[in-house]
Design a protein around this ligand. Sequence first.
Ligand SMILES: Nc1nc2c(c(=O)[nH]1)N[C@H]1C(S)=C(S)[C@@H](COP(=O)(O)OP(=O)(O)OC[C@H]3O[C@@H](n4cnc5c(N)ncnc54)[C@H](O)[C@@H]3O)O[C@H]1N2
Ligand code: MOO
Length: 341
Amino acid sequence: MKKVRVEDAVGMELCHDITRIVPGQFKGVLYPRGHRIRNEDIAELRKAGKEHIFVWEENAGEIHEDEAAVRIARAIMGPNTEFEQPREGKTMLKSMAKGLLRIDRSLLKRINSMENITIAARPDYFIVKQGDKLAGARIIPLVIKEKSILALEELCRTEGPVFEVKPYRQLKAGLVITGNEVYEGLIEDKFGPLLEEKLADYEADLIGKAYCPDDTGLISRSIKELLKAGADLIILTGGMSVDPDDLTPVAIRDSGAEVVTYGTPVQPGNMFMLAYLGNTALAGVPGGAIFSRTSLLDIVLPRIFSGEKMTREDFVIMGEGGLCNGCASCSYPNCYFGRGR
Ligand SMILES: Nc1nc2c(c(=O)[nH]1)N[C@H]1C(S)=C(S)[C@@H](COP(=O)(O)OP(=O)(O)OC[C@H]3O[C@@H](n4cnc5c(N)ncnc54)[C@H](O)[C@@H]3O)O[C@H]1N2
Ligand code: MOO
């Protein structure tokens, strides 16, 4: 690498993208890598704070930031991810599907511990759409020893990838809305429409919706019917807390399902129950979910639809970040809710 004053650099080629930042207005490439400097560029470069530029000189065993960023992206990317060509030395990994981002967090930590290599990512379990950013990879200097990149590539070959998007599967879902007050028409059902809207977002196949009074036998019968119809997911609402008429957890247990958790360190969602009967997930959703736009259900549904089998540990670690802030304008998943680890 040779350092040359900008005034003396006319006719020479830039060996990296030059960035201009105007606060509140612009951040991007002023001149791209490969641009041949003209007389009229000198003033612009000076305005961007550049007194000198680097002119590329090949050094054995070193590689350029753009090439390094591409090689890092190739090494860390897994199923349903792609990357964009580098800009300003950075490659951006993007999602090719709607689904759940999964990260090998210990591998990411090991890579970020390597000198001069950085990967900034969205958090594990982040809900993404096709085209969403997942992670930006870049080296810190303009060049890096190729052996560092070779070490990273070897690590990912044996233990990678770091990033994967698990697309939502099309599941058969059934609803069991419990509560005498709803069954007898004393109040209008608010759970059914809310859940139908949420399930539509996952393109679920809604195979049945039953209304049940507070009667364990009738709730159990509805569960059996939905199982017989091939439900992958059964959502039961209401009757999840401490009143004598709260019978939904009993009916879920009576079905023979294995309970993963009853009670979670998440609010709203404290009285939530998750159980599995074979591969069918049974979710008991407490009344709080009809009041709050976002609740534990919005953390659990993406995991179920992406094929994750949840464990008690998954819920136990949700306590930190488990208290929804109840913002007037909800920006979930762009917040801390559900990020416990
Ligand atoms: N003393 C305690 N009180 C409460 C506890 C507790 O642990 N100790 N837990 C609280 C939590 S957390 C929740 S959430 C709520 C509700 O739990 P449930 O699932 O048992 O809800 P219900 O009692 O069945 O109903 C509560 C409320 O919501 C209305 N509701 C229910 N389903 C529907 C529906 N489909 N459409 C419209 N409205 C519905 C119901 O009529 C009640 O007004 O308990 C806390 N309290
Ligand atoms: O189970 Mo409740 O949903 O925490 O409000």
